[in-house]
Design a protein around this ligand. Structure first.
Ligand code: HEM
Length: 159
């Protein structure tokens, strides 16, 4: 056990304690499920860049899982190349019908891995609609100026 300690205003924690409280699969998968649904609704609204952004966050969550739960690395990598990559390609091609097809395959793929990892009672389902804090329509259809913000040179920056 490491004796390296970090100091907080509330006391000291060892590096092992810090490692132990990193997110496990249940927490990470909660994020994966939300981001995966967000990907779908952004693509449906034709905000393709936002769809790519959310799908990248699924990948980032997988990256964390590979560190905190390394035994899932092989399955997560396999899922990434078999299912996430085709979804990325459809997003890049801004092709809704390819996207829908690849996304449906991704959902079926997630069932396979949930069964394989001993969770046959877990089944990702898409909600009929999703309340989003982000604009889902195509970026060309919203401007910063319309609510008094400054337009960036590309028209895509933050206000
Ligand atoms: C886009 C694909 C996937 C989606 C949308 C998804 C979604 C989810 C969701 C929503 C949960 C339940 C989380 C909760 O509320 O507690 C879950 C659990 C889980 N998922 Fe996934 N998942 C995906 C892919 C995978 C893959 C590829 C693996 C393979 C390792 C995996 C392994 C697990 C495990 C092990 C759990 C149970 C967590 C625990 O140990 O408590 N998932 N998943």
């Amino acid at each position: 056990m490491s004796e390296v300690k970090a100091k907080t205003p509330h006391g000291e924690v060892t590096i092992d304690q810090l490692a132990e409280i990193q997110p496990g699969m249940a927490k990470i998968m909660k994020e994966v499920g939300e981001r995966f649904a967000d990907t779908y609704f952004a693509a449906k609204g034709r905000n393709w860049k936002l769809a790519a952004y959310h799908l990248n966050q699924v990948r980032t969550a997988f990256k964390v899982a590979k560190v905190t739960r390394p035994k899932f690395t092989e399955d997560l990598n396999a899922f990434d190349s078999e299912y996430l990559l085709p979804i990325f390609k459809a997003i890049q091609a801004t092709d809704w019908s390819a996207f829908e097809d690849a996304f449906a395959k991704g959902m079926a793929g997630s069932d396979f891995y949930h069964d394989k990892t001993g969770h046959p009672y877990i089944r990702f389902v898409l909600p009929k609609e999703r309340v989003s804090l982000l604009e889902l329509g195509p970026p060309e259809k919203f401007t910063r100026r319309e609510r008094g913000g400054k337009e960036t040179p590309s028209g895509e920056g933050t206000q």
